[in-house]
Design a protein around this ligand. Structure first.
Ligand code: ZN
Length: 181
């Protein structure tokens, strides 16, 4: 699992977080094939938004179905820690609903810093996060099993063809005349 954000999308999230500080902000990141194409801020309806976040379920459902209509996937959730580091709090861990989607956090305690996490039940593991406009190495399209077999077969056929061709182009064997004395 990894998360790849363009600089512009990271900037959008950072600006959203700075504008709302000292309250936490939240939203989702959507895209296609791990490529981020949209950052969508959502209302934080937590009782105490300075210390917590809770995404408005209605707003989320509406956006989620809209994404499906557009053929986009939910790539990550994001939220901010206006006075903290980008590390999931116990409340963050408790309120996770999608365990197969990374959770991106921006911490504003010092310089704005991002970190992404996979939260499955109470198991929290870091997710590789790339911020930049170049395709990260892991994001380069990899060949499927069928494509790999096709490539190996094409190479084998080409090799066999070369062998047959080079054998057929060999000059005829010289005629050895042995003179009998
Ligand atoms: Zn949090």
């Amino acid at each position: 699992m990894y998360l790849w954000l363009s600089r512009e999308h990271a900037q959008t999230i950072q600006q959203h977080a700075l504008d709302a500080s000292p309250c936490e902000v939240c939203g989702i990141i959507a895209g296609l094939n791990q490529r981020t194409s949209k950052v969508i801020p959502l209302p934080n309806i937590a009782d105490n938004p300075q210390q917590n976040y809770h995404i408005d379920d209605c707003a989320f459902s509406e956006v989620f179905f809209q994404l499906q209509r557009e053929g986009l996937s939910l790539l990550a959730f994001y939220h901010s820690h206006p006075t903290g580091d980008p590390i999931p709090s116990p409340t963050d861990i408790k309120q996770v609903t999608y365990d197969d989607v990374p959770y991106l956090i921006i911490g504003l305690r010092r310089e704005p810093s991002f970190a992404a996490w996979s939260i499955q039940w109470d198991k929290v593991t870091p997710v590789d996060l790339y911020i930049g406009n170049q395709i990260p190495f892991q994001a380069e399209p990899s060949f499927s099993q069928v494509q790999r077999i096709a490539i190996i077969m094409a190479v084998a056929i080409a090799f066999a063809f070369m062998i047959i061709l080079s054998l057929s182009l060999l000059p005829p064997a010289p005629i050895i005349i042995t003179s009998v004395p």
